[in-house]
Design a protein. Structure first.
Length: 189
């Protein structure tokens, strides 16, 4: 235990040189930009997405061509009991890193589930998920529109269900081909 106070100049350094209010014009939403870093959030997100795609393309050839998936909740759209469903936070995070499946915007995606048969002790498997963007100030996100059956103009619930099944299948293929499938997550049981 220290009995003597710290000498002046020791201890925590003041970070006011870059964190102060005087530099708000050089920052984007309170983010400190390193020298050489893009100033706008959209530009940084675009650069990040480009790096992720480049990395995924570099490892895509390592995925075996003969990988097939057995039928499961993602191909049938059938909800299963909560005790039998597979949940995977790493997979949900991978899906959320992808651009929105509907509008293509990057950086705002969420892991969206099928909207069929949920509730009353039923749930859909996380592997059926696909990326849809969240709502932002003044913009209703595609995830909200999908959950309220407004994303597709025609077909109602059935069209949204078919769209979700296909989007989930495509998302799984994309993650598999990129070699990013979580190690502890089974393909299909």
């Amino acid at each position: 235990m220290r009995r003597k106070p710290l000498n002046p100049g020791k201890g925590f350094k003041s970070r006011s040189s870059w964190a102060g209010a005087g530099l708000r014009d050089e920052q984007d939403e309170g983010h400190y930009c390193e020298p050489g870093q893009a100033a706008s959030r959209e530009q940084r997100l675009a650069e990040r997405a480009a790096r992720q795609i480049e990395s995924a393309l570099a490892t895509a050839s390592m995925v075996p061509e003969n990988v097939t998936m057995a039928p499961g909740a993602g191909t049938t759209g059938i909800a299963v009991l909560k005790e039998n469903v597979i949940e995977s936070e790493p997979y949900r995070r991978l899906v959320a890193e992808l651009p929105c499946f509907w509008c293509g915007i990057s950086g705002y995606s969420q892991h969206a589930h099928l909207n069929l048969g949920k509730g009353l002790n039923l749930k859909t498997d996380d592997r059926t998920g696909f990326p849809l963007c969240c709502s932002r100030p003044g913009i209703e996100g595609c995830h909200v529109a999908y959950d309220n059956y407004r994303l597709l103009e025609h077909g109602g619930r059935e069209a949204h269900r078919e769209y979700g099944i296909e989007a989930g299948r495509f998302t799984r293929e994309q993650i598999l081909k990129a070699g990013l499938w979580p190690k502890k997550l089974p393909l299909w049981a």
